[in-house]
Design a protein around this ligand. Structure first.
Ligand SMILES: [Cu+2]
Length: 464
């Protein structure tokens, strides 16, 4: 009931702000749509209401921007504004985005379409929109100061061009770029082929990668960070907040991924191998493609990968291990092999809640219930059918099942492995002798630390 009331209050607030727009402006500028649901779950794509038919993309944890058609031109309306975005249950960030979300809604249209893109600036500073990768007239390219004046706060600008090439593109400001992108201003722009049979796939997913630096216990990103970000997101979500990518066995699946972070991301998918079939520069000729299980996506690049779906739960993630973690401290010494028990006892006299960690690795982090600062996600988290997943950040699961209806993207739950196909414990006596190389293994596995220059080291040197 409370949620319902809150929803209507929010709806009322929207009406009020719409009424504040002058009538003249309302007649020429199309309404700026807001997402259909305030929850950041993947919105199944609606069938295009008019214009040439196309097979819409599924924006992971996102939505596509409705348009209106006027004199054969598709009119879209983006509003740049402060937004809040839940990264995963338990953490919400103060960001800047478009039409209520970060990333902004995906713009979808068809090769040959003429589009008119209205951009209203409700930020406290000027902005522009650059249509990244798009072939267009120079004056529509959105570089503040170079190809157009900046859009001042409170003003609306319009861009207009014909979509010349089918493919995957991005949009983002080219104004105070470091700050505005660090605050989450970005979105996807998908141009579908004129002939919907061309480049046809059964399932077409899309997301853009962004990085944020949000101190544990706070909610607003640091915007002066250059490289040391601590939250690695797909469509401004982190695992376990990223929805699964659901497909049916045998489906041809495309995933379009853009990178607007400040470092590269080697995106790795388990299970079926894939090919890079397109970039934001165009489509890769069939004869120039090669099979991969990881593709590195550089800063400012987009990649479309395609594969034939095989039944299972297949992890998909960035292969930089610290990008599959949530906000963490960086200056942590490696304690593997160190017996911290004595130190812990003494520290607990000073700090009663002190817990020694890391002396057997960091896996224990995922299962423990340590108090966290408010609005902070555990570094390693998520639970699967066999226990903690020990992941965060850029991680999700491609869930492929034999029986999924066309257009059904709902989470099918965990994979039911056929009998006898899951790794399991056995009696160690059943295993063959494990050959090993290297020096004989000491019975006492405790790490012996010997500092250079100590007597031990000296003796070792003279008596090998
Ligand atoms: Cu990465």
């Amino acid at each position: 009931m409370t949620n319902r009331r809150r929803f209507f209050q929010a709806a009322g607030a929207t009406l009020l702000s719409t009424a504040a727009v002058s009538r003249v402006a309302a007649a020429t500028v199309p309404e700026a749509p807001e997402p259909g649901t305030p929850t950041p779950t993947t919105q199944p794509p609606p069938t295009p209401p008019d214009g040439r038919p196309f097979h819409p993309v599924v924006t992971l944890n996102g939505w596509s921007l409705p348009w209106r058609t006027k004199d054969n031109v598709k009119e879209f309306h983006l509003v740049a504004e402060p937004v809040t975005r839940e990264f995963a249950p338990g953490m919400t960030a103060n960001l800047w985005g478009y039409n209520g979300t970060s990333p902004g809604p995906t713009i979808e249209a068809v090769e040959g379409d003429r589009v008119r893109l209205f951009v209203t600036n409700r930020l406290p500073e000027h902005t522009t929109v650059h249509w990244h990768g798009m072939p267009l007239p120079s004056g529509m390219d959105g570089v503040g100061g170079l190809t157009q004046p900046q859009i001042p706060p409170g003003k609306t600008f319009v861009y207009e061009f014909v979509l010349q090439r089918a493919g995957q593109f991005m949009y983002h400001p080219h104004a105070d770029e470091m700050v505005q992108m660090a605050m989450g201003m970005m979105g996807l722009f998908i141009v579908h082929p004129k002939d919907p049979r061309r480049l046809r796939v059964d399932r077409d997913f899309a997301f853009v990668m962004a990085a944020y630096d949000i101190d544990p216990g706070s909610a607003t990103p640091r915007t002066s960070t250059m490289l040391d970000f601590n939250l690695w997101t797909w469509n401004s979500r982190v695992f376990p907040g990223i929805d699964p990518l659901v497909a049916r066995t045998g489906d041809r699946v495309r995933i379009r991924v853009g990178n607007l972070t400040m470092t590269n991301h080697p995106i790795h998918m388990h299970g079926p191998s894939f090919e890079v079939t397109g970039t934001d520069g165009g489509w890769v000729p069939k004869t120039a493609r090669w099979p991969e299980v990881t593709t590195d996506i550089g800063v400012g690049q987009m990649r479309a990968i395609e594969f034939d779906a095989i039944a299972g739960d297949w992890a998909i993630h960035c292969h930089k291990a610290h990008h599959t973690m949530n906000a963490m401290g960086h200056d942590v010494p490696n304690l593997i092999g160190v017996d911290a028990a004595g130190v812990a006892e003494r520290l607990q006299k000073l700090v009663p809640d002190y817990m020694p960690m890391g002396h057997t690795g960091m896996g224990e982090m995922a299962a423990m219930e340590m108090p966290l600062p408010a609005n902070t996600l555990p570094m390693m988290t998520g639970t699967g059918p066999f226990g903690p997943l020990e992941m965060g950040g850029m991680f999700s699961v491609v869930k492929v099942r034999d029986h999924v209806a066309r257009g059904d993207y709902r989470d099918p739950g965990w994979y039911a492995h056929p009998a006898g196909t899951v790794a399991h414990e056995v009696d160690a006596g059943d295993a063959p002798v494990a050959p090993r190389n290297g020096p004989p293994r000491a019975d006492d596995a405790t790490l012996k630390v010997r500092k250079p220059g100590t007597q031990d080291e000296h003796q070792h040197h003279h008596h090998p």
